[in-house]
Design a protein around this ligand. Structure first.
Ligand code: PLP
Length: 427
């Protein structure tokens, strides 16, 4: 399917019905699958034959949708997870466990920061956080002999910092480890990280991919390019026999294209079980069909909102990579030439209190712990998603206490601007 353009792939990739079969991806709402003999089923358990046996590991509806996301990113293998949190956890834990170390950008989603800095730390995985704009020396100094991956967000939520993907990929590869990037905000419509050297891409599909606030979900896509065998000593989980799966060596059996995702499915899905319901995968697929259309409108509307806010006397500052004066404008022009996302961050003069007053004055835009869907919504991260961080950590993540995260929807732009105008008049 990858010979087609992104608009075509958003609709058709991952599922091609045979003669007389359902035109839409069928919802296979079944926990289990029937086999003629125990022997046939045994082959599945040994990973000698591929097929479905239990929906905690794999389900056909999910796999069709994962295959579509794989095609959109230009990868070789992909899986869905029940949330973006599960996707980022699996993506890292698949290659870094107790005693290992990971270098991560500090400008990441608050939930991911907490997962890394608190929960995975408890599991024995150490993280060193570096600012996405750190010097080459600082980035270099973050690596340790037991470093197993580098992690960043292509467009950080909510700081809207653009990751210099090529620079981070080069540093990771010089140390024999892959670059994992969370590409939730730009989506593959606006940024294709594999083309810039990233090795693994993750998503919270809850955001633009689903696009309608219907279903929480996540995805992991492998580029198939990272050579685990060239650094076999660092990644024994992929390059030596897995005793919990009858001695299979993932890189030998599934090649560089399939080893990483097969291991994540066979071990992490089996043991942690963060599988999405087939119904949720179906809803995600409906969203994916219009993703390129919606992204274009989100970006068009957000650009106008950013420009409006920038010219308003009550607004202290605006961050949007689409603005020519923005700190990350040049990186955005390189990695996301057709637009970034619909999220604009800004501060109202008067700080935290003014921000709260502004938000209370909005009518069309809803105050919601959500972002990146068709409906305009707004959030004050310091009192919500990033609440667990102290002021110093907030600053490192690029989130000031007065930051308002305004997620521009796809409504009529005149109505969105009128809502902002009215709310600002009341501040
Ligand atoms: C929302 C989000 C997540 C977490 O995803 P959930 O689907 O809410 O679990 C991870 N990364 C980014 C960039 C996000 O915006």
């Amino acid at each position: 399917m990858s010979k087609f353009g992104i608009n075509t792939n958003s609709i058709h990739a991952g599922y091609r019905p045979g003669n007389g079969e359902p035109r839409n991806i069928p919802i296979i709402q079944s926990t289990t699958f029937r086999y003629e003999t125990s022997e046939a089923m045994g082959k599945l358990f040994d990973l000698e034959a591929s097929g479905y046996f239990y929906t905690r590991l794999q389900n056909p509806t999910n796999d069709h949708v994962a295959a579509k996301i794989c095609a959109l990113e230009g990868g070789t293998a992909a899986m869905l997870t029940s949330s973006g949190q599960a996707a980022n956890f699996y993506a890292v834990f698949n290659i870094a466990s107790c005693g290992d170390h990971v270098v991560a950008s500090s400008a990441i989603y608050g939930g991911t920061y907490n997962l890394f800095a608190v929960t995975m730390k408890r599991m024995g995985v150490e993280f060193t956080f570096v600012e996405p704009d750190c010097s080459d020396e600082e980035l270099e100094a973050a690596f340790r002999p037991n470093t197993k991956a580098v992690f960043g967000e292509t467009l950080a939520n909510p700081a809207l910092a653009v990751l210099d993907i090529e620079r981070f990929a080069k540093a990771a590869h010089a140390h024999g480890v892959p670059l994992i990037v969370d590409n939730t905000f730009p989506t593959p419509v606006n940024c294709r990280p594999f083309e810039w050297g990233a090795d693994i891409v993750t998503h919270s599909t809850t955001k633009y991919m689903d696009g309608h606030a219907n279903a929480v979900g996540g995805a992991i896509v492998d580029s198939g390019k990272f050579d685990w065998n060239a650094h076999a000593d660092k990644f024994p989980g992929l390059t030596t026999p897995d005793e919990s799966y009858h001695g299979v060596t993932y890189t030998e059996r599934f090649g560089l294209e399939g080893a990483y995702i097969t291991k994540a499915t066979a071990q992490l899905m089996r043991d942690f079980g963060a599988i999405p319901a087939p119904m949720n995968a179906y809803l995600l697929n409906v969203g994916l069909e219009t993703l390129p259309l919606r992204m274009a409108r989100h970006c068009e509307n957000a650009q106008k909102v950013a420009e409006y806010l920038q010219s308003h006397e009550k607004v202290a500052w605006v961050t949007y990579p689409g603005l020519p004066g923005d700190k990350h404008h040049a990186l955005a022009a390189k990695y996301m030439p057709h637009g970034t996302c619909g999220v604009v961050a800004f501060g109202v003069k008067g700080g935290r209190a003014a921000a709260e007053k502004f938000m209370a004055g909005l009518e069309l835009a809803s105050i919601a712990t959500h972002v990146a869907d068709a409906k305009t919504c707004v959030l004050h991260p310091a009192s919500a998603t990033h609440r667990q961080m102290n002021d110093e950590e907030l600053r490192a993540a690029g989130v000031s206490p007065d930051l308002v995260r305004f997620s521009v929807g796809i409504e009529s732009i005149e109505d969105i601007l009128a809502d902002i105008e009215k709310a600002l008049a009341g501040v």
